[in-house]
Design a protein around this ligand. Structure first.
Ligand SMILES: Cc1cc2nc3c(=O)[nH]c(=O)nc-3n(C[C@H](O)[C@H](O)[C@H](O)COP(=O)(O)OP(=O)(O)OC[C@H]3O[C@@H](n4cnc5c(N)ncnc54)[C@H](O)[C@@H]3O)c2cc1C
Length: 246
């Protein structure tokens, strides 16, 4: 269990870092690219709420796991592990709460270029999964199939949200916003870990990165099916249960 926790911490940290680098790269390109400037502005706009929310949620998850890994020693103040969790807990709140980031993602970023930006991005992720399959490296295990399934979940949730936006169904869109944001971040984590592992394997190495990619794909990406279901099927029960909050 400790090995699983440590590897989850590593996967979330590297995923958050990769998403943030991708966002920073898009911002740089939006300042420099010639005819592609609009594309990169849109890519940066799409990635910004995911980079903010996924990284700050990962910070809380990782700091909490850091306590659990150390057991009772993690909980008491002397070791300092609890302080990491307390300090990390503010990040999902300030600089735009992660709930507001999710609303920004689904209502303002998904419709960019009529949905073309997000669809093009998902197509790029599909290519990464294909490259994992074509690598024929046994160390990847079932990573290609798991990535394909996770990207299909993202694709289905995206299409559903774009349809709800087109139909002016605001309650459905808003109720799916936070699970969709998490779904996107997880898919990007798996995809970017795969991309990094493939790049290093081309240089003849990458054993560690391939192992982390496989662990992420086979242990963490199964969550995307549940998140897709929450996006597509969660709105009606949420509306019905609001009676409890009156
Ligand atoms: C330590 C600390 C430092 C800070 N530093 C600064 C600073 O330097 N400068 C500065 O300007 N501010 C600063 N802030 C303020 C910070 O930006 C706000 O706390 C943050 O924007 C959240 O706003 P709020 O606290 O009013 O929460 P609220 O807006 O009341 O949000 C409460 C909950 O409701 C949700 N929510 C709110 N509105 C909606 C909506 N329309 N639809 C759905 N859900 C919604 C939120 O996602 C959240 O979960 C700081 C806060 C803290 C705690």
């Amino acid at each position: 269990d400790v090995a699983r926790m440590l590897l989850t911490m590593k996967a979330l940290t590297q995923g958050a870092r990769a998403i943030s680098y991708a966002c920073a790269h898009a911002i740089d390109m939006s300042h420099r690219a010639g005819g592609d400037r609009r594309h990169w502005q849109e890519r940066a706009a799409l990635l910004t709420p995911i980079a903010k929310s996924f990284s700050t949620d990962a910070g809380v998850d990782v700091a909490s796991l850091g306590i659990q890994v150390h057991g009772g020693m993690g909980f008491i103040e002397e070791t300092g592990a609890a302080r990491y969790l307390r300090d990390a807990r503010i990040a999902p709140i300030y600089e735009g709460t992660n709930g507001i980031q999710a609303i920004d993602l689904v209502t303002r970023k998904l419709p960019l270029s009529g949905g073309g930006q997000v669809k093009g991005f998902i197509a790029e992720l599909t290519e990464i999964a294909g490259a994992v399959r074509n690598s024929n490296l046994p160390g990847f295990g079932e990573a290609a199939a798991r990535l394909d399934a996770a990207i299909a979940d993202l694709d289905e949730a995206t299409a559903w949200l774009l349809k709800m936006l087109a139909d002016d169904k605001a309650a459905e869109v808003l109720s799916g916003a936070t699970p969709y944001q998490r779904l996107f971040g997880l898919v990007l984590t798996g995809s970017y870990l795969a991309k990094g592992a493939l790049a290093e394997s081309n240089d003849g190495g990458g054993v560690n990165r391939i192992a982390l990619c496989r662990f992420t794909a086979e242990n963490l990406l199964a969550e995307t099916a549940a998140l897709r279901d929450r996006v597509v099927n969660g709105a009606a029960s949420l509306a019905a249960a609001r009676i409890l909050l009156a």
